[in-house]
Ligand binder design. Structure first.
Ligand SMILES: O=C(O)C1=C[C@@H](OP(=O)(O)O)[C@@H](O)[C@H](O)C1
Ligand SMILES: C=C(OP(=O)(O)O)C(=O)O
Length: 437
């Protein structure tokens, strides 16, 4: 694999720029927006609640907001598709507005737990009618004025943190979130950028206390979205695993709360160079030059998990071809993503010949020492292992990369989920020399 590619804009930042733009009075301009299905679901929801959201070409979007407190009651159910981030953050926004909204989603999203946001938002005064197990479809009636809360996060989740902070925007007084384990901080950075009065106190043990003064007035912004490190992960690992590769992935966001994977890969012996380090839209960014490397297994320290929570499926693939054993614990959150990412990856990798042991909270993988996965066969051949993507984009992309580095290919039953976060995935890999049947 050889060449120079650019991955689409960061999904977390794209969602938030639409939501905060919709709450600012005036015009927010976004460049480098991720135009994936998850973000489009957020854009549609903001339109349904009164904001003007327009695309005027390749990643460039304009948003005319309604002001904090100004969201309108949507006329129909908000279809969140496959997107947990859209659902949980928008539940926060609706919770402190005097409106009622129904949230629906696809089969994967309808299995995911919403109790983690229902609980704190109920304390703020919102009322919920949810499907059994606190799942979608659910109806939410907001309360205005809502009640400010101080909430200690029981799970390390940026979505829960962000839902509470977004609810706090239209709530009188101080809404406070206590975060014992730091998670991605895009909401904090962007709320401040839009002019909210938000402070973060870091205690001696690393606990973060985030305080937001409500009834905020947000100022419209010009946002440049950096490339998504969670998408960059796929061409990066492809280059590491395919012999002879030399690939540069440009404009990759390296916010320390997101970039854990690259540090772990380097600790495994990966040749990843950070070129042209700079800041884009208030986030650290670099171009990553990646060359084929001999990887060795490691024990992944559980404290890095939040900074690479979406990158474990592709790390499992790298570990499956490394020399020696990789041990990963602290991954229980992976079981409630778009699929149960521990079970689905363990099953699929084993089917491709990898040596994996599943744990309740992680996985141990004994690598192949560089030998390709999936035995001798060729695409079209009965013997090519088929893996199920289970409506999970990261599973589909991880096995596509495993397939690139395989002997006889891997068949993935459904690549459609990739459009949720990385619509250009197949064309980018093809540009680097990948063949697809
Ligand atoms: O806040 C966000 O933008 C996200 C937070 C993470 O979810 P959790 O908060 O559930 O860990 C991550 O998995 C998701 O892809 C995006
Ligand atoms: C978990 C993910 O997204 P979401 O929670 O927004 O569906 C992801 O993109 O890997």
């Amino acid at each position: 694999m050889r060449g120079h590619v650019t991955v689409p804009g960061d999904k977390s930042i794209s969602h938030r720029s639409l939501m905060l733009g919709a709450l600012a009075v005036g015009e927010t301009v976004v460049e480098g927006m991720l135009e994936g299905e998850d973000v489009i679901a957020t854009a549609q929801a903001m339109r349904a609640m009164g904001a003007t959201v327009e695309r005027d070409g390749d990643g460039r979007w304009h948003i005319h907001g309604v002001g904090v407190g100004g969201l309108l009651q949507p006329a129909t159910a908000l279809d969140m598709g496959n997107s947990g981030t859209s659902t949980r953050l928008l539940m926060g926004l609706v919770a402190s507005h005097p409106i009622t909204a129904t949230f629906i989603g696809d089969a994967s999203l309808s299995r995911r737990p919403m109790g983690r946001v229902i609980e704190p938002l109920s304390r703020m005064g919102a009322a919920f009618t949810a499907s059994p197990g606190d799942r979608l479809p659910l109806m939410l009636r907001g309360l205005c004025p809502a009640v400010p809360i101080e909430y200690r996060l029981p799970v390390a989740s940026a979505q829960v943190k962000s839902a509470i902070l977004l609810a706090g925007l239209n709530t009188p007084g101080i809404t406070r979130v206590i975060e014992p384990v730091p998670t991605r901080d895009h909401s904090e950075r962007m709320l401040r950028g839009f002019g909210a009065d938000l402070t973060v106190e870091v205690q001696a043990d690393g606990t973060r206390v985030i305080s937001l003064r409500g009834e905020a007035e947000l100022r419209p912004q010009h946002i440049v979205v950096p490339g998504d490190p969670s998408s960059a992960a796929f061409p990066v690992v492809a280059a590491l695993l395919v012999p002879g590769s030399d690939v540069t992935v440009a404009n990759v966001g390296l916010n320390p709360t997101r970039a854990g994977l690259f540090g772990i890969l380097r600790a495994m012996g990966a040749d990843i160079e950070y070129l042209n380090r700079r800041e884009v839209g208030g986030e650290p960014v670099a171009d990553l030059r990646v060359r084929h490397s001999t990887l060795h297994g490691i024990e992944v320290p559980p404290d890095v998990v939040p900074s690479m929570v979406d990158e474990f499926p592709i790390l499992f693939v790298a570990a499956a071809m490394a020399r020696g054993r990789t041990v990963m614990h602290g991954l229980e959150e992976l079981r409630v993503k778009e699929s149960d990412r521990i079970a689905v990856m363990a099953r699929g990798l084993a089917h491709c010949g990898a040596r994996v042991t599943e744990h309740e909270d992680g996985m141990t993988i004994d690598g192949s020492d560089g030998a390709p996965l999936a035995g001798p066969s060729s695409i079209g051949d009965e013997r090519v292992p088929t893996v199920a993507a289970e409506l999970d984009h990261r599973i589909a992309m991880s096995f596509a990369v495993a397939g690139l580095a395989s002997q006889g290919g891997i068949r993935i039953d459904d690549m459609a989920p990739v459009a949720t976060s990385f619509p250009t995935f197949t064309s980018i890999l093809a540009d680097l020399g990948a063949a697809q049947a």
